[in-house]
Design a protein around this ligand. Structure first.
Ligand SMILES: Nc1ncnc2c1ncn2[C@@H]1O[C@H](COP(=O)(O)OP(=O)(O)OP(=O)(O)O)[C@@H](O)[C@H]1O
Ligand SMILES: [Mg+2]
Length: 458
Protein backbone atom coordinates (compact mmCIF):
# COMPACT_ATOMS: atom_id res chain seq x y z
CA UNK A 1 0.00 0.00 0.00
CA UNK A 2 1.31 3.40 -0.87
CA UNK A 3 2.36 5.52 2.07
CA UNK A 4 0.05 8.43 2.74
CA UNK A 5 1.50 11.74 1.71
CA UNK A 6 2.33 14.02 4.58
CA UNK A 7 3.34 17.61 4.90
CA UNK A 8 4.56 19.80 7.72
CA UNK A 9 2.22 22.43 9.11
CA UNK A 10 3.24 25.34 11.28
CA UNK A 11 1.11 25.41 14.42
CA UNK A 12 1.62 29.15 14.76
CA UNK A 13 0.52 30.38 11.37
CA UNK A 14 -0.88 27.32 9.63
CA UNK A 15 1.66 27.58 6.80
CA UNK A 16 2.90 24.37 5.22
CA UNK A 17 6.15 22.98 3.96
CA UNK A 18 6.82 19.69 2.16
CA UNK A 19 9.68 18.79 4.51
CA UNK A 20 10.63 19.46 8.08
CA UNK A 21 12.42 22.72 8.78
CA UNK A 22 13.59 24.19 12.05
CA UNK A 23 12.14 27.57 11.17
CA UNK A 24 8.76 28.13 9.57
CA UNK A 25 9.32 29.70 6.15
CA UNK A 26 6.04 31.66 6.52
CA UNK A 27 6.11 33.24 9.97
CA UNK A 28 9.75 32.58 10.94
CA UNK A 29 8.74 30.91 14.18
CA UNK A 30 11.13 28.25 15.43
CA UNK A 31 10.30 24.62 15.97
CA UNK A 32 6.63 24.91 15.06
CA UNK A 33 6.38 22.58 12.05
CA UNK A 34 4.44 19.43 12.83
CA UNK A 35 3.85 16.52 10.53
CA UNK A 36 0.30 16.06 9.36
CA UNK A 37 -1.52 14.18 6.63
CA UNK A 38 -1.69 16.23 3.47
CA UNK A 39 -5.18 17.11 2.31
CA UNK A 40 -6.15 14.76 -0.50
CA UNK A 41 -7.48 17.13 -3.12
CA UNK A 42 -7.67 20.87 -3.00
CA UNK A 43 -11.36 21.72 -2.64
CA UNK A 44 -10.36 24.38 -0.15
CA UNK A 45 -9.63 27.04 -2.69
CA UNK A 46 -13.18 28.04 -3.37
CA UNK A 47 -14.67 26.86 -0.14
CA UNK A 48 -16.54 30.08 0.43
CA UNK A 49 -17.76 30.58 -3.12
CA UNK A 50 -21.20 29.20 -2.32
CA UNK A 51 -21.53 31.54 0.63
CA UNK A 52 -20.82 34.72 -1.30
CA UNK A 53 -24.33 35.74 -2.29
CA UNK A 54 -24.67 38.40 -4.93
CA UNK A 55 -24.49 41.40 -2.66
CA UNK A 56 -26.53 44.50 -3.33
CA UNK A 57 -25.82 48.09 -2.44
CA UNK A 58 -28.50 49.67 -0.25
CA UNK A 59 -29.01 53.08 1.28
CA UNK A 60 -28.49 53.05 5.02
CA UNK A 61 -31.94 54.56 5.59
CA UNK A 62 -33.62 51.77 3.64
CA UNK A 63 -32.17 49.02 5.76
CA UNK A 64 -34.64 47.95 8.36
CA UNK A 65 -32.98 48.38 11.71
CA UNK A 66 -34.59 46.29 14.36
CA UNK A 67 -33.45 46.79 17.89
CA UNK A 68 -31.49 43.85 19.20
CA UNK A 69 -33.52 41.26 21.07
CA UNK A 70 -31.99 40.52 24.43
CA UNK A 71 -32.82 37.53 26.54
CA UNK A 72 -31.81 37.87 30.18
CA UNK A 73 -29.89 34.83 31.40
CA UNK A 74 -31.43 35.00 34.83
CA UNK A 75 -28.03 35.81 36.34
CA UNK A 76 -28.04 39.55 36.91
CA UNK A 77 -24.28 39.88 37.16
CA UNK A 78 -23.77 38.04 33.86
CA UNK A 79 -26.50 40.10 32.20
CA UNK A 80 -24.78 43.24 33.42
CA UNK A 81 -21.55 42.46 31.55
CA UNK A 82 -23.44 41.28 28.49
CA UNK A 83 -25.27 44.60 28.36
CA UNK A 84 -28.66 43.23 29.39
CA UNK A 85 -28.73 39.65 28.20
CA UNK A 86 -27.79 37.39 25.32
CA UNK A 87 -28.43 38.84 21.89
CA UNK A 88 -29.96 36.81 19.09
CA UNK A 89 -27.18 35.69 16.75
CA UNK A 90 -24.56 37.24 19.00
CA UNK A 91 -21.26 35.49 19.57
CA UNK A 92 -19.62 35.74 22.98
CA UNK A 93 -16.09 34.63 23.75
CA UNK A 94 -15.34 33.95 27.38
CA UNK A 95 -11.81 33.33 28.60
CA UNK A 96 -10.24 32.70 31.97
CA UNK A 97 -7.74 30.70 33.98
CA UNK A 98 -8.20 26.94 34.28
CA UNK A 99 -10.69 25.96 36.93
CA UNK A 100 -11.99 29.45 37.53
CA UNK A 101 -15.58 28.46 36.83
CA UNK A 102 -16.31 29.05 33.16
CA UNK A 103 -18.11 25.75 32.62
CA UNK A 104 -19.95 26.14 35.91
CA UNK A 105 -21.30 29.58 35.13
CA UNK A 106 -22.34 28.71 31.59
CA UNK A 107 -24.10 25.54 32.69
CA UNK A 108 -25.99 27.52 35.31
CA UNK A 109 -26.92 30.17 32.75
CA UNK A 110 -28.07 27.58 30.20
CA UNK A 111 -30.18 25.85 32.80
CA UNK A 112 -31.85 29.11 33.80
CA UNK A 113 -32.54 29.90 30.13
CA UNK A 114 -33.90 26.42 29.50
CA UNK A 115 -36.21 26.76 32.48
CA UNK A 116 -37.39 30.08 31.05
CA UNK A 117 -38.48 28.22 27.92
CA UNK A 118 -35.48 28.76 25.63
CA UNK A 119 -33.92 25.93 23.64
CA UNK A 120 -30.33 25.41 24.70
CA UNK A 121 -27.40 23.24 23.68
CA UNK A 122 -24.21 22.59 25.61
CA UNK A 123 -21.41 21.22 23.45
CA UNK A 124 -18.65 19.79 25.56
CA UNK A 125 -15.29 18.85 24.14
CA UNK A 126 -13.38 18.76 27.39
CA UNK A 127 -15.59 16.64 29.54
CA UNK A 128 -17.81 13.65 28.97
CA UNK A 129 -21.58 13.89 29.21
CA UNK A 130 -21.38 12.08 32.54
CA UNK A 131 -19.02 14.68 33.97
CA UNK A 132 -21.35 17.47 32.92
CA UNK A 133 -24.27 15.60 34.47
CA UNK A 134 -22.30 15.17 37.68
CA UNK A 135 -21.61 18.88 37.81
CA UNK A 136 -25.26 19.73 37.18
CA UNK A 137 -26.28 17.48 40.11
CA UNK A 138 -23.74 19.17 42.35
CA UNK A 139 -25.03 22.57 41.32
CA UNK A 140 -28.53 21.49 42.27
CA UNK A 141 -29.86 21.70 38.74
CA UNK A 142 -32.02 18.62 39.15
CA UNK A 143 -34.14 17.59 36.19
CA UNK A 144 -32.29 19.98 33.92
CA UNK A 145 -33.54 19.87 30.34
CA UNK A 146 -30.35 21.34 28.84
CA UNK A 147 -29.34 19.37 25.74
CA UNK A 148 -25.77 18.09 25.93
CA UNK A 149 -23.58 17.07 23.01
CA UNK A 150 -20.13 15.60 23.63
CA UNK A 151 -18.47 16.31 20.31
CA UNK A 152 -15.36 18.00 19.02
CA UNK A 153 -15.77 17.76 15.27
CA UNK A 154 -16.91 21.04 13.81
CA UNK A 155 -18.95 19.56 10.97
CA UNK A 156 -20.99 17.45 13.36
CA UNK A 157 -21.51 20.39 15.71
CA UNK A 158 -22.70 22.56 12.84
CA UNK A 159 -25.08 19.82 11.70
CA UNK A 160 -26.51 19.50 15.22
CA UNK A 161 -26.91 23.25 15.47
CA UNK A 162 -28.90 23.43 12.28
CA UNK A 163 -30.98 20.39 13.18
CA UNK A 164 -31.84 21.51 16.73
CA UNK A 165 -31.96 25.28 16.15
CA UNK A 166 -31.27 26.18 19.81
CA UNK A 167 -31.71 29.76 20.97
CA UNK A 168 -28.33 29.60 22.66
CA UNK A 169 -25.43 27.20 22.35
CA UNK A 170 -22.25 26.95 24.40
CA UNK A 171 -19.07 25.52 22.87
CA UNK A 172 -16.79 24.40 25.70
CA UNK A 173 -14.14 24.98 24.48
CA UNK A 174 -13.20 26.37 21.05
CA UNK A 175 -9.68 24.97 21.48
CA UNK A 176 -10.96 21.39 21.45
CA UNK A 177 -13.01 21.76 18.27
CA UNK A 178 -11.42 20.70 14.99
CA UNK A 179 -12.51 20.83 11.40
CA UNK A 180 -11.96 17.93 9.04
CA UNK A 181 -10.97 20.35 6.33
CA UNK A 182 -7.73 21.12 8.07
CA UNK A 183 -4.94 18.79 8.96
CA UNK A 184 -3.51 20.77 11.85
CA UNK A 185 -4.17 19.71 15.42
CA UNK A 186 -7.13 20.97 17.49
CA UNK A 187 -6.18 24.11 19.35
CA UNK A 188 -3.76 25.25 16.67
CA UNK A 189 -4.14 28.74 15.34
CA UNK A 190 -5.47 27.57 11.98
CA UNK A 191 -8.08 25.30 13.56
CA UNK A 192 -9.28 27.84 16.11
CA UNK A 193 -9.59 30.55 13.48
CA UNK A 194 -11.41 28.30 11.04
CA UNK A 195 -13.80 26.80 13.58
CA UNK A 196 -14.63 30.16 15.15
CA UNK A 197 -15.30 31.64 11.71
CA UNK A 198 -17.69 28.82 10.81
CA UNK A 199 -19.50 29.00 14.13
CA UNK A 200 -19.80 32.78 13.90
CA UNK A 201 -21.28 32.49 10.46
CA UNK A 202 -23.71 29.84 11.67
CA UNK A 203 -24.78 32.10 14.53
CA UNK A 204 -25.43 35.06 12.25
CA UNK A 205 -27.30 32.94 9.71
CA UNK A 206 -29.53 31.09 12.16
CA UNK A 207 -29.97 33.62 14.97
CA UNK A 208 -28.57 31.20 17.52
CA UNK A 209 -26.53 32.96 20.17
CA UNK A 210 -23.21 31.17 20.59
CA UNK A 211 -20.90 31.33 23.57
CA UNK A 212 -17.35 30.16 22.93
CA UNK A 213 -15.19 29.22 25.87
CA UNK A 214 -11.55 30.08 25.20
CA UNK A 215 -8.38 28.98 26.93
CA UNK A 216 -5.89 31.54 28.13
CA UNK A 217 -2.14 31.48 27.78
CA UNK A 218 0.36 31.55 30.61
CA UNK A 219 0.34 35.33 30.40
CA UNK A 220 -3.44 35.43 30.80
CA UNK A 221 -4.32 36.44 27.23
CA UNK A 222 -6.79 34.44 25.19
CA UNK A 223 -5.03 31.59 23.44
CA UNK A 224 -5.23 31.31 19.69
CA UNK A 225 -5.19 33.97 17.05
CA UNK A 226 -5.81 37.56 17.96
CA UNK A 227 -8.30 37.65 15.12
CA UNK A 228 -10.60 35.55 17.30
CA UNK A 229 -11.34 38.59 19.43
CA UNK A 230 -12.20 40.62 16.35
CA UNK A 231 -14.50 37.98 14.97
CA UNK A 232 -16.84 37.76 17.94
CA UNK A 233 -19.29 40.38 19.24
CA UNK A 234 -18.41 40.24 22.89
CA UNK A 235 -15.25 39.27 24.74
CA UNK A 236 -15.49 38.50 28.43
CA UNK A 237 -12.68 37.68 30.83
CA UNK A 238 -13.14 35.71 33.98
CA UNK A 239 -10.65 36.76 36.61
CA UNK A 240 -10.01 36.42 40.28
CA UNK A 241 -7.82 34.68 42.74
CA UNK A 242 -8.56 30.95 42.75
CA UNK A 243 -7.80 30.94 46.46
CA UNK A 244 -10.52 33.43 47.28
CA UNK A 245 -14.10 32.70 46.46
CA UNK A 246 -14.76 35.90 44.51
CA UNK A 247 -14.71 35.94 40.74
CA UNK A 248 -15.02 38.88 38.40
CA UNK A 249 -16.22 38.89 34.83
CA UNK A 250 -15.05 41.81 32.79
CA UNK A 251 -16.27 42.84 29.36
CA UNK A 252 -13.26 43.69 27.20
CA UNK A 253 -15.22 44.24 24.04
CA UNK A 254 -18.96 44.43 23.49
CA UNK A 255 -20.75 45.33 20.30
CA UNK A 256 -24.06 45.36 22.18
CA UNK A 257 -23.19 47.15 25.38
CA UNK A 258 -20.74 49.07 27.49
CA UNK A 259 -17.25 47.73 28.10
CA UNK A 260 -15.37 47.60 31.35
CA UNK A 261 -18.53 46.67 33.12
CA UNK A 262 -17.84 43.99 35.67
CA UNK A 263 -19.94 41.26 37.17
CA UNK A 264 -19.04 39.90 40.58
CA UNK A 265 -19.66 36.33 41.67
CA UNK A 266 -18.89 34.23 44.69
CA UNK A 267 -17.97 30.58 44.14
CA UNK A 268 -20.01 28.43 46.46
CA UNK A 269 -20.66 24.73 46.67
CA UNK A 270 -23.82 25.29 44.65
CA UNK A 271 -21.94 27.10 41.90
CA UNK A 272 -21.49 30.78 41.21
CA UNK A 273 -23.77 33.23 42.95
CA UNK A 274 -24.00 36.86 41.88
CA UNK A 275 -22.86 39.48 44.38
CA UNK A 276 -25.13 42.44 43.82
CA UNK A 277 -23.43 44.80 46.25
CA UNK A 278 -19.72 44.13 45.85
CA UNK A 279 -18.35 47.42 47.14
CA UNK A 280 -16.81 46.11 50.35
CA UNK A 281 -15.69 42.58 49.45
CA UNK A 282 -12.11 43.47 48.59
CA UNK A 283 -11.22 44.83 52.00
CA UNK A 284 -9.32 42.70 54.46
CA UNK A 285 -10.57 43.02 57.97
CA UNK A 286 -7.92 44.61 60.17
CA UNK A 287 -9.10 45.32 63.70
CA UNK A 288 -6.55 48.13 63.94
CA UNK A 289 -4.91 49.99 61.04
CA UNK A 290 -1.65 48.36 59.91
CA UNK A 291 1.30 49.98 58.10
CA UNK A 292 1.44 49.47 54.34
CA UNK A 293 -2.27 49.39 53.72
CA UNK A 294 -4.38 52.01 51.98
CA UNK A 295 -7.95 51.68 50.72
CA UNK A 296 -8.92 53.16 47.36
CA UNK A 297 -12.21 53.46 45.53
CA UNK A 298 -12.09 52.05 42.05
CA UNK A 299 -14.84 52.58 39.52
CA UNK A 300 -15.26 49.77 37.05
CA UNK A 301 -18.18 50.15 34.71
CA UNK A 302 -21.02 51.66 36.67
CA UNK A 303 -20.25 50.59 40.21
CA UNK A 304 -17.68 51.94 42.66
CA UNK A 305 -15.79 49.34 44.68
CA UNK A 306 -13.45 49.70 47.59
CA UNK A 307 -10.19 47.84 47.21
CA UNK A 308 -7.38 47.64 49.69
CA UNK A 309 -3.89 48.21 48.32
CA UNK A 310 -1.12 46.66 50.36
CA UNK A 311 2.55 47.45 50.11
CA UNK A 312 5.58 45.95 51.75
CA UNK A 313 8.90 47.75 51.61
CA UNK A 314 11.81 45.77 52.97
CA UNK A 315 15.56 46.14 52.66
CA UNK A 316 16.65 44.24 49.58
CA UNK A 317 19.88 42.90 48.21
CA UNK A 318 22.15 44.44 45.58
CA UNK A 319 19.37 44.41 42.98
CA UNK A 320 16.13 45.20 44.81
CA UNK A 321 12.93 43.69 43.49
CA UNK A 322 9.74 45.43 42.52
CA UNK A 323 6.76 43.11 42.35
CA UNK A 324 3.10 43.82 41.94
CA UNK A 325 0.04 41.62 42.00
CA UNK A 326 -3.08 43.03 40.39
CA UNK A 327 -1.38 46.30 39.44
CA UNK A 328 0.84 47.26 36.54
CA UNK A 329 4.53 46.67 37.30
CA UNK A 330 5.81 49.36 34.93
CA UNK A 331 3.51 51.84 36.58
CA UNK A 332 4.93 50.84 39.98
CA UNK A 333 8.45 51.65 38.80
CA UNK A 334 7.22 55.01 37.56
CA UNK A 335 5.45 55.81 40.84
CA UNK A 336 8.58 54.96 42.82
CA UNK A 337 10.54 57.41 40.69
CA UNK A 338 7.94 60.13 41.23
CA UNK A 339 7.91 59.38 44.94
CA UNK A 340 11.66 59.82 45.11
CA UNK A 341 11.90 62.91 42.95
CA UNK A 342 8.89 64.86 44.16
CA UNK A 343 8.21 63.65 47.67
CA UNK A 344 11.73 62.77 48.76
CA UNK A 345 10.81 59.17 49.62
CA UNK A 346 13.67 56.93 48.52
CA UNK A 347 13.21 53.19 48.04
CA UNK A 348 16.28 52.63 45.85
CA UNK A 349 17.82 49.93 48.03
CA UNK A 350 14.51 48.39 49.11
CA UNK A 351 12.41 45.52 47.81
CA UNK A 352 8.93 46.84 47.04
CA UNK A 353 5.90 44.55 46.81
CA UNK A 354 2.38 45.79 46.16
CA UNK A 355 -0.82 43.81 46.05
CA UNK A 356 -4.47 44.54 45.37
CA UNK A 357 -6.36 42.46 47.92
CA UNK A 358 -8.76 39.74 46.77
CA UNK A 359 -7.28 39.04 43.34
CA UNK A 360 -8.77 42.08 41.62
CA UNK A 361 -6.86 43.55 38.76
CA UNK A 362 -6.80 47.34 38.75
CA UNK A 363 -5.88 48.95 35.49
CA UNK A 364 -7.03 52.49 36.12
CA UNK A 365 -4.43 55.09 37.09
CA UNK A 366 -6.67 56.35 39.89
CA UNK A 367 -4.90 53.77 42.07
CA UNK A 368 -1.64 55.75 41.98
CA UNK A 369 -2.18 57.83 45.09
CA UNK A 370 -3.24 54.85 47.20
CA UNK A 371 -0.21 52.84 46.00
CA UNK A 372 2.16 55.66 46.90
CA UNK A 373 0.60 56.20 50.30
CA UNK A 374 0.74 52.48 51.06
CA UNK A 375 4.43 52.33 50.06
CA UNK A 376 5.31 55.35 52.20
CA UNK A 377 3.33 53.98 55.11
CA UNK A 378 5.18 50.65 54.92
CA UNK A 379 8.58 52.33 54.59
CA UNK A 380 7.98 54.47 57.65
CA UNK A 381 6.27 51.66 59.56
CA UNK A 382 3.37 53.95 60.39
CA UNK A 383 -0.22 53.07 59.65
CA UNK A 384 -2.59 55.46 57.94
CA UNK A 385 -5.48 56.59 60.13
CA UNK A 386 -8.55 54.45 60.65
CA UNK A 387 -11.21 54.88 57.99
CA UNK A 388 -8.77 56.38 55.47
CA UNK A 389 -9.24 56.28 51.72
CA UNK A 390 -7.37 57.85 48.81
CA UNK A 391 -7.57 57.85 45.06
CA UNK A 392 -6.18 59.92 42.18
CA UNK A 393 -3.80 59.66 39.28
CA UNK A 394 -0.25 60.92 39.79
CA UNK A 395 1.68 62.38 36.87
CA UNK A 396 5.41 62.40 36.21
CA UNK A 397 5.66 66.02 37.33
CA UNK A 398 4.23 65.08 40.72
CA UNK A 399 0.79 66.54 40.06
CA UNK A 400 -2.32 64.74 41.32
CA UNK A 401 -4.88 64.49 38.52
CA UNK A 402 -8.60 64.00 39.04
CA UNK A 403 -10.18 60.58 38.69
CA UNK A 404 -13.33 60.24 36.58
CA UNK A 405 -16.59 60.46 38.54
CA UNK A 406 -14.91 61.30 41.84
CA UNK A 407 -18.13 62.27 43.61
CA UNK A 408 -19.60 58.81 43.11
CA UNK A 409 -16.49 57.27 44.58
CA UNK A 410 -16.63 59.57 47.59
CA UNK A 411 -20.30 58.83 48.14
CA UNK A 412 -19.61 55.10 48.23
CA UNK A 413 -16.79 55.62 50.76
CA UNK A 414 -19.04 57.78 52.94
CA UNK A 415 -21.80 55.17 52.73
CA UNK A 416 -19.43 52.48 53.98
CA UNK A 417 -18.40 54.58 56.96
CA UNK A 418 -14.99 55.85 55.92
CA UNK A 419 -14.01 59.04 57.69
CA UNK A 420 -10.97 60.62 55.96
CA UNK A 421 -10.32 60.97 52.24
CA UNK A 422 -7.33 62.35 50.39
CA UNK A 423 -8.36 63.01 46.80
CA UNK A 424 -7.38 65.25 43.87
CA UNK A 425 -8.49 68.84 44.42
CA UNK A 426 -10.78 68.73 41.38
CA UNK A 427 -12.63 65.76 42.86
CA UNK A 428 -13.26 67.38 46.22
CA UNK A 429 -16.86 68.63 46.40
CA UNK A 430 -17.29 72.41 46.37
CA UNK A 431 -20.25 72.61 48.71
CA UNK A 432 -21.24 70.62 51.73
CA UNK A 433 -23.35 67.72 50.59
CA UNK A 434 -25.40 65.49 52.87
CA UNK A 435 -24.12 62.44 50.96
CA UNK A 436 -20.59 62.96 52.24
CA UNK A 437 -21.59 63.28 55.88
CA UNK A 438 -19.04 61.84 58.24
CA UNK A 439 -16.28 61.97 55.62
CA UNK A 440 -13.62 64.67 55.91
CA UNK A 441 -12.37 65.32 52.39
CA UNK A 442 -8.94 66.81 51.72
CA UNK A 443 -8.25 67.94 48.16
CA UNK A 444 -4.62 67.92 47.06
CA UNK A 445 -2.84 69.30 44.02
CA UNK A 446 0.54 67.69 44.36
CA UNK A 447 2.02 64.47 45.68
CA UNK A 448 4.14 66.22 48.31
CA UNK A 449 0.96 67.79 49.71
CA UNK A 450 -0.67 64.37 49.94
CA UNK A 451 2.37 62.92 51.73
CA UNK A 452 2.44 65.84 54.15
CA UNK A 453 -1.26 65.41 54.89
CA UNK A 454 -0.92 61.66 55.46
CA UNK A 455 1.95 62.28 57.84
CA UNK A 456 0.02 64.86 59.86
CA UNK A 457 -3.10 62.68 59.98
CA UNK A 458 -1.31 59.48 61.05
N1 LIG B 1 -17.47 20.04 45.17
C1 LIG B 1 -17.19 21.30 44.97
N2 LIG B 1 -17.51 22.22 45.90
C2 LIG B 1 -17.23 23.51 45.71
N3 LIG B 1 -16.64 24.00 44.62
C3 LIG B 1 -16.30 23.14 43.66
C4 LIG B 1 -16.55 21.76 43.78
N4 LIG B 1 -16.11 21.16 42.66
C5 LIG B 1 -15.59 22.13 41.88
N5 LIG B 1 -15.71 23.32 42.48
C6 LIG B 1 -15.26 24.63 41.96
O1 LIG B 1 -15.49 24.70 40.59
C7 LIG B 1 -14.28 25.06 39.93
C8 LIG B 1 -14.21 24.39 38.58
O2 LIG B 1 -15.07 25.09 37.76
P1 LIG B 1 -15.17 24.84 36.20
O3 LIG B 1 -14.95 23.40 35.89
O4 LIG B 1 -16.43 25.48 35.79
O5 LIG B 1 -13.93 25.66 35.68
P2 LIG B 1 -13.53 25.95 34.19
O6 LIG B 1 -13.21 27.40 34.13
O7 LIG B 1 -14.55 25.42 33.26
O8 LIG B 1 -12.19 25.14 34.09
P3 LIG B 1 -11.51 24.47 32.80
O9 LIG B 1 -10.70 25.54 32.15
O10 LIG B 1 -10.66 23.41 33.40
O11 LIG B 1 -12.61 23.92 31.96
C9 LIG B 1 -13.19 24.58 40.83
O12 LIG B 1 -12.02 25.35 40.68
C10 LIG B 1 -13.79 24.78 42.19
O13 LIG B 1 -13.55 26.09 42.64
MG1 LIG C 1 -14.49 23.90 31.80
Amino acid sequence: MAKEKTQYTCNECGGTSPRWLGKCPHCNAWNTLIESVAESSAPTKNRFAALAKTAEVTTLADIEATDVQRTPTGHDELDRVLGGGVVEGGVVLIGGDPGIGKSTLLLQALDALQRAGQKTLYVTGEESGAQVALRSRRLGLDGSQVQVLAEIQLEKILATLSAHQPAIAVIDSIQTVYSEQLTSAPGSVAQVRECAAHLTRAAKASGTAIVLVGHVTKEGALAGPRVLEHMVDTVLYFEGDTHSSFRLIRAIKNRFGAVNEIGVFAMTEKGLKGVSNPSAIFLSQHSEPVPGSCVMVTLEGTRPMLVEIQALVDSGGPSPRRLSVGLDRDRLAMLLAVLHRHAGVACMDQDVFVNAVGGVRISEPAADLAVMLAITSSLRGRALPKGFIAFGEVGLAGEVRPAPRGQERLKEAAKLGFSVAVVPKANAPKKNDKAFEGLTIHGVDRIEEAMELARSLA
